[in-house]
Design a protein around this ligand. Structure first.
Ligand code: SAH
Length: 370
């Protein structure tokens, strides 16, 4: 029989308060427990000294606080740190911390594998297995924050979270939104809204839902300026072509003054890195308050793509900058430990059986949201 205890990492502040209310306890007790969990990294009720003994005993019977299990971790020569976290007997996912001056960004996964089949991404080669639970998503942040030490807020090393690890976060909507609310809660990790970024391959109806239900920074994986090319690279483009995607981005930005949308563009030699592509991209970017993030392609075993030449990337950037499109080139980090963008693989067992299930859930989610 499975353990009937609730893992408290799965509940945001409201969920935790409801859980305590059901147990006949006051809401502030939930707040106390949250502080122990996220500010002090305590997972044992017995150590929560300001929680009464009777309540601690009661909690032990109905609840638990279980972070993901660190299967292995590795540090790159540039300071990037990668964790392989076991999610259940068969599956593991990767989480990457990237320090950069005073900024420290954690790249968090949302699914075990991914079903979108973007042609240049190594996560795609392993297929889709399942969605991560809220506890498994926030647990990644918790493991990294614990490793980085308990420091006062203004000195902390983990300053940003990007949902840019394995998986498509908008296909695991509820769990991702709940986890992002814990990231931004003062009783959780206390990150400002703009320091939590969700990156999507472009699920148009779910971008609108995100706009209604959460307030985070939005990044969109564009990678090509025309539908013809984008459909080859990101098959989801067939369902949601560029014009519709940009409309959704405009709606998202319109509701958030002073916000811009980040467009990720992975640079692949001879594929999407020509001056002509840059000029086409400028036309698209005129319509949306935007920033462009050029990502040099990171190779992985079996890929048919190659990284663009440095000179091609610089020339591409210059064309955009000359047209006043804010454009950055993302430095490649952690590639010596396979922790760079698009190199995350984890361990996904039993994936083929799940493919049909995934397709059904994709169709279901998309029509639910439409
Ligand atoms: N599914 C979401 C979240 C994953 S983000 C999304 O597509 O946005 C992962 C980012 O890394 C995306 O921008 C993705 O396009 C990029 N990426 C994937 N494979 C890559 C590779 N081999 N080299 C460089 N960037 C890659």
């Amino acid at each position: 029989m499975s353990d009937p205890r609730t893992n408290l990492f799965g509940l945001d502040r409201q969920g935790l308060r409801d859980f305590f209310a059901q147990a006949g306890e006051k809401p502030y007790r939930a707040d106390q427990v949250m502080k122990w969990m996220y500010h002090r990294h305590v997972t044992e009720f017995a150590l929560m000294t300001d929680v009464g003994k009777a309540l601690r005993t009661k909690l032990e019977a109905v609840a638990e606080i279980v972070p993901p299990n660190v299967v292995f971790e590795k540090q790159s020569s540039d300071g990037t740190h990668k964790w392989l976290l076991g999610m259940d007997g068969a599956n593991a996912i990767e989480t990457v911390f990237i320090p950069d001056g005073t900024r420290g960004t954690l790249c968090v996964s949302s699914q075990v594998g991914c079903g979108l089949n973007c042609q240049f991404c190594s996560t795609a080669t392993q297929g889709f297995n399942r969605n991560l639970s809220t506890a498994e998503i926030i647990g990644q942040v918790w493991v990294a924050a614990r490793h980085l030490g308990n420091v006062p807020h203004h000195q902390r090393k983990l300053t940003n979270v990007v949902m840019m690890g394995m998986g498509e976060p908008l296909l695991n909507f509820d769990n991702v939104v709940r986890a992002m609310s814990i990231m931004r809660d003062d009783l959780g990790f206390g990150l400002a809204n703009k320091r939590v970024t969700l990156s999507t391959a472009g699920l148009v109806p779910m971008i609108d839902r995100l706009s209604d239900e959460s307030d985070v920074s939005l990044a969109v994986s564009l990678h090509a300026p025309t539908d013809e090319l984008r459909t080859q690279l990101v098959p989801l483009n067939k369902k949601y072509p560029i014009a519709e995607l940009l409309e959704a981005c405009i709606r998202y930005a319109q509701r958030r003054p002073r916000t811009s949308i980040t467009f990720e563009y992975t640079m692949m030699k001879g594929v999407n890195d020509q001056p002509e592509h840059a000029r086409q991209l400028i036309k698209l970017m005129r319509k949306v308050p935007s920033k462009v993030n050029l990502i040099p392609f990171n190779p992985f075993t079996g890929t048919r793509f190659e990284r663009s030449e440095e000179s091609a990337i610089r020339a591409f950037q210059k064309i955009l900058l000359d047209a006043n499109v804010l454009t950055m080139v993302r430095r490649t980090r952690g590639d010596d430990i396979d922790a760079a963008c698009g190199q995350l693989k984890g361990q996904v067992l039993d994936r083929t059986r799940r493919q049909a299930e995934f397709r059904r859930s994709l169709d279901g989610k998309v029509s639910d949201a439409a």
